[in-house]
Design a protein around this ligand. Structure first.
Ligand code: HEM
Length: 425
């Protein structure tokens, strides 16, 4: 551009005279521009330092460059994610590329436990779950529900019926399908509009189901409260008529940062998280453990002998008290979890403050349920491999964010060991 400018002005002597002056003028201008750009860069670098709050020591996370990191992470395979999780879990840097855009509407803008950044809201929600629902002292109060579920499971196994595909399961599986929406959410919504609408529709269906259950529970609680007020006694509660439901603990909870109670969307997200976290861990692990017991019949026989020695002459259901006496069972469950953990990496969290260590909140209840169901299933039925089927213990290639499922779901022959239909209905 400078050369062109010179050639044009060489044609006239006056312009020749003017030339050095104009060049100086041009260079002077360039210097001004240069200085302007340099000072802009320095200000951009200094701004975060000058405006930042005193730095807290945060746990390590992957290096995050705007835009580039997201793209690179999306290209990674799930085994790569899982390798990185070994270095950085359980927490990730604030701009963690793991945080999915599709997770945002499904978590009501990170107002559930597994997607909230480590901070006051996360602590409140997690403490509520662990102390109000998952605490070992609550274990007994769910005995009736457990027995009811066991009854359904045994009846279904006897009828060899299919359990079908629930809506919560479809939302969870969908999160993986809708992953491409997450790269640049604003753009994704426009480019993949149909998929985005499909995803929102799925969430909407879930919300309708859960909201109607929440309302029904609220109404029941009010009715029970007014009955109790009339009778002016707490005997109904103590007789086991009322069990604390998770939703009961959420209704009066006040968010510490926003100073308000939870709205409908947030209640739905938390209830959905509760259902997912509780079932999509326990249920696939139960299947893996049963598959191992079919594949290795000598372990099943040893477990059955342990159950028989505790049950003696009894033929009813294995109870919570019985489970305490079964050490081999505990080893089977722990080995099952070791060989087939329901997820390959922990739950990624952004970090606003160091929140200390995080262990599996559902540890006690989850393991207990596995013990209860494995024992009762072995107590009620003998499980054998289908002829010619070696029981394939390969994982489904789709096992990633969703629980680690079997590539070929377990097929087995079951033959009743005890009189059916007794005491489990
Ligand atoms: C055998 C059953 C279970 C297994 C193997 C299991 C496993 C896990 C694992 C590995 C994590 C990630 C922990 C981390 O990254 O810090 C987790 C998180 C979680 N689990 Fe479970 N879990 C089980 C049962 C349950 C149950 C019954 C519930 C309650 C309904 C539950 C609720 C949660 C929640 C809310 C989180 C998120 C915690 C957080 O992000 O702070 N889990 N679980």
């Amino acid at each position: 551009m400078l050369a062109t400018w010179c050639e044009v002005h060489q044609s006239s002597p006056t312009h020749l005279l003017l030339r050095p002056l104009s060049l100086e003028f041009f260079i002077g201008k360039m210097e001004t521009y240069f200085l302007f750009i340099v000072s802009l860069c320095i200000s951009a670098l200094l701004l975060p330092i000058l405006t930042s709050k005193p730095k807290k020591k945060l746990p390590p996370g992957p290096i995050a460059f705007p835009i580039i990191s997201k793209y690179l992470w999306h290209r990674k395979s799930f085994p790569d994610w899982s390798l990185s999780s070994e270095n950085y879990m359980p927490s990730m840097a604030p701009s963690s590329p793991f945080l999915l855009a599709t997770a945002s509407p499904s978590s009501s803008n990170q107002h559930d436990i597994n997607s909230a950044p480590y901070g006051r809201t996360w602590r409140l929600l997690r403490r509520n779950l662990t102390s109000e629902i998952l605490h070992p002292s609550r274990l007994k109060s769910y005995a009736r529900a457990r027995k009811w579920v066991l009854g359904i499971l045994i009846t279904r196994l006897q009828q060899s019926s299919n359990t079908g595909d629930g809506i919560v399961r479809r939302v969870l599986a969908g999160l993986l399908r809708f992953r491409k929406l997450t790269l640049w959410p604003a753009l994704g919504k426009i480019l993949f509009r149909k998929q985005w609408e499909e995803f929102l529709q799925l969430l909407n269906n879930q919300e309708n189901v859960l909201i109607s259950l929440i309302r029904a529970r609220q109404q029941l609680k009010q009715e029970m409260q007014s009955k109790q007020n009339e009778a002016d006694s707490g005997s109904e509660k103590e007789s086991g008529g009322c069990v604390t439901a998770y939703i009961d603990t959420l209704l009066d909870l006040e968010l510490p940062e926003e100073k308000r109670t939870l709205n409908d969307g947030e209640l739905v997200s938390l209830c959905s998280e509760f259902l997912n976290a509780g079932t999509h861990t326990t249920s696939p692990t139960l299947q893996w453990i049963m598959a191992n017991l079919v594949k290795y019949p000598h372990i099943q026989t040893k477990l059955y002998k342990e159950i028989s020695s505790v049950m003696g002459e009894r033929e009813d259901e294995v109870t919570e008290e019985d489970l305490q006496k079964m050490l081999y069972l505990k080893a089977v469950i722990l080995e099952g979890l070791r060989r087939h953990p329901p997820g390959h990496f922990g739950v990624p969290h952004a970090v606003t403050e160091d929140a200390g260590g995080s262990a599996r909140p559902g540890n006690g209840l989850g393991n207990f349920h596995l013990e209860y169901f494995v024992d009762n299933l072995i107590w009620h039925f003998e499980w054998t491999a289908v002829d010619g089927d070696d029981v394939d213990l390969f994982e489904s290639p789709l096992s990633a964010l969703i629980p680690v499922a079997m590539k070929n779901p377990l097929k087995a022959h079951i033959s009743p060991r005890v009189k059916q239909g007794e005491d489990t209905h």
